[in-house]
Design a protein around this ligand. Structure first.
Ligand SMILES: [Zn+2]
Length: 201
């Protein structure tokens, strides 16, 4: 097999959800694809990182050159409620239910020293800035409970206590375990219900 093809198979096999044979099949698909498609594909990959910025408030992904996302800019939204999620995809999943009208904060993940994820790796600075600048009635932790999120929740509570905010900010979390383990894979009804019946943390 030509070296370049082996290299391509190797690169594809590093992607998640790819096993050996599908890496080979994808490599041959690309080899046989038309030139325009390949050029467009390669160009998009090269532009991916540089053409995406993050919302300076919530951390949602944006087109380069924009400061804030449409949700943070939307005055019709309930800006006193922040729904904290791990990833941008989690935010999109909740938005797809069309049920909630609050704002979000994408933390990145949860504090997990064992996985080398520390406080400074996560999007806490803008979260606490938002809490300092505006009154918030509620922070919703929209993740499944686990050791990492217990530690993260504790840290958020301690930081809120330290800040002497003018208004009490209630912290709530999902009422039910999302069975798939990931908000991104949850069905709309489970997601709506677990958010609707949220409990104080
Ligand atoms: Zn935003």
């Amino acid at each position: 097999m030509p070296e370049i093809l082996k290299k391509l198979i190797n690169i594809i096999s590093l992607l998640p959800w790819i096993w050996d044979k599908s890496a080979t099949r994808l490599a041959f698909f690309l080899l046989n694809a038309n030139k325009n498609y390949i050029e467009n594909f390669a160009k998009t990959l090269l532009e991916l990182k540089s053409n995406i910025w993050k919302c300076k408030d919530c951390g949602a992904l944006l087109d380069a050159g924009k400061d804030k996302c449409v949700i943070c800019l939307n005055t019709e939204r309930k800006h006193d409620i922040i729904c904290i999620v791990e990833e941008y995809l989690d935010m999109l999943s909740i938005e797809q239910t069309w049920y909630y009208n609050w704002t979000y904060h994408i933390l990145g993940w949860a504090i997990s020293p064992i996985n080398w994820v520390f406080i400074w790796d996560l999007n806490f600075l803008s979260l606490f800035r938002r809490l300092d600048e505006n009154a918030h009635t509620e922070l919703i932790i929209a993740t499944n409970p686990n050791i990492e999120w217990e530690a993260t929740l504790q840290y958020i509570k301690e930081e809120i206590d330290k800040r002497w905010l003018k208004h009490k900010t209630m912290i709530t979390r999902l009422s039910k375990w999302i069975s798939s383990g990931y908000i991104e894979y949850a069905d709309n009804i489970s997601l709506i219900n677990s958010l609707k019946d949220r409990k104080e943390a």
